[in-house]
Design a binder for this molecule. Structure first.
Ligand SMILES: CCCCCCCCCCCCCC(=O)SCCNC(=O)CCNC(=O)[C@H](O)C(C)(C)COP(=O)(O)OP(=O)(O)OC[C@H]1O[C@@H](n2cnc3c(N)ncnc32)[C@H](O)[C@@H]1OP(=O)(O)O
Length: 202
């Protein structure tokens, strides 16, 4: 696990506990990702599906009784976990981080499959928006994606460790241009450029 020496973003609530839920939340997230992969790949008899659907609904109901506001949910604030600990975010793992360059790793799994054995293009775009957006925000002023341009150079495989390199290209006033590459063994599979515009703190 990488240690990030850039301080948490100033527009974060001061004193926000970035480890809420502890190891138990990490296990829940990992189990949930496993469930999504299992659902994405399943072909079981209807009786089995019906039984599992009942169990999953019961579990969701149990968690729903603890639903909180988006200000105090755990998801998205666990910087120590893959994908900021958010179940929707692709579970990339940050490996190094300076103010101008960030590296990460990612392994796509069954839930990310589009067609033809390759990752869904929208998932690749989600990964880039997340990685660039996090890099644009963390340790800087709050910023939103103004545009995101993705070049799909090769099919992106599942179940293979891939590398992400993100760099600040240039800053012009409130505008920050950031680039990223997703690669495997030195071959670029996709790359992106995003414009992030700084906005007032919420
Ligand atoms: C809990 C905390 C978590 C924190 C951790 C963070 C993790 C987050 C990770 C996930 C994060 C994921 C991140 C997400 O997904 S963020 C969510 C997706 N993005 C949005 O929803 C953004 C919606 N749009 C807006 O809010 C506004 O349009 C923004 C803020 C972008 C600009 O509106 P604003 O009124 O402020 O500015 P302006 O219009 O005066 O323009 C200013 C300058 O920008 C130039 N410009 C603008 N647009 C474009 C364009 N399309 N192409 C080229 N240029 C463009 C414009 O020409 C001008 O240039 P100049 O004339 O000055 O030279």
């Amino acid at each position: 696990m990488v240690s990030i020496d850039i301080p948490p973003h100033p527009w974060w609530k001061p004193g926000l506990d970035l480890h809420r839920g502890g190891d138990s939340y990490a296990h829940l997230l990992s189990a949930t990702r496993g469930l999504l992969d299992a659902v994405a790949g399943v072909d079981a008899p209807e009786a089995v599906l019906a039984e599992v659907a009942g169990e999953v609904s019961r579990i969701a109901g149990r968690l729903n009784s603890y639903t909180t506001s988006d200000e105090s949910q755990i998801a998205g604030t666990r910087m120590d976990l893959p994908g900021r600990g958010h179940p929707l975010v692709v579970p990339y793992r940050t490996t190094s981080w300076t103010s101008v360059r960030m590296t990460a790793e990612v392994t796509f799994t069954r839930i990310h499959l589009g067609d033809g054995g390759a990752v869904h293009g929208g998932v690749t775009a989600l990964l880039f928006d997340e990685v660039l957006g996090r890099f644009a925000n963390h340790g800087r002023q709050p910023a939103r994606t103004a545009f995101l341009h993705v070049n799909y150079r090769r099919l992106v495989p599942l179940d293979v460790d891939l590398d992400i390199l993100t760099k600040v290209d240039r800053a012009e006033g409130r505008k920050l241009y950031i680039t990223a590459e997703l690669s495997h063994d030195g071959t670029v599979l996709a790359d992106a450029e995003g414009l992030f515009v700084a906005v007032s703190a919420q």
